[in-house]
Design a protein around this ligand. Sequence first.
Ligand SMILES: [Zn+2]
Length: 288
Amino acid sequence: VPEGHTLHRLAAALDAALGGAVVTASSPQGRFAAGAALLDGSRLVVTDAHGKHLLVGFAAAQDAERSPGHWLHLHLGLYGTLAIGEGEPPPVRGALRLRLIGEGRGGPRWADLRGPTACELLTEEGVALLRARLGPDPLRADADPQVFVDKASGARTPVGAVLMHQDVIAGVGNIYRAEVLYRAGLDPYTPGREVGVERLQLLWQDQKHLLEVGLRTGRILTTEPEHRTGSSPRGREGDHYVYGRTGMPCRLCGAPIATAQLEARALYWCPHCQAPGAGPPFDRRLAA
Ligand SMILES: [Zn+2]
């Protein structure tokens, strides 16, 4: 599942491609035919992301105010993709849920959506309801970290599960939860309410920092440069401390990385660096 930084990148890319454009919308696959018909001929006026959700506002082409009357809500889920390109769109093939074509600021552009978990039209109220269900997204300027701290510090469930709850913190997925807990030296099985407010605040700050790196680079890169080994320009084996490294030696202490299922996804951690009562395994240089 794409994590939050990917959706923010897609929001920016879609805005750069088709922001301000009157679009031709179609659902070649047919499953979003009615929605596409409503969007067809309207103007794409705003793109936004909250956690793993992408929101695209459309206004009537003649509306001088450009106030969105329809919001397209997308969640890519496990298999969804949104491809954006220049010039003529490629020939239609496969299960193409939605195609948008328009004359963007930089010329003709297209966007193809395939395999999303959610593809629906919402009103402004619907968007507000959706966002009210989601926790703060560290990549959003309007995010309130205190909401995260309050919710997480009230949880009886392990912090490794809490981080996956989109109503507690939006945008964190399976890779970031493992990595941010490692960087904090936190045992993933510590109940949320036993983590402590200060460490939760640090967890938020570090998650924000990691998501910002992801937003900038398009990669989930969580290792500090001095801890990257075996990395090649095309390989990504140096990108993570624990994720996907079952049985491999911890980059800092050499202990074999452990794995278990938590929240129906594989959790990875270092039993030594993240033993109960441990602290951060290295000094984190948090981005200012
Ligand atoms: Zn370790």
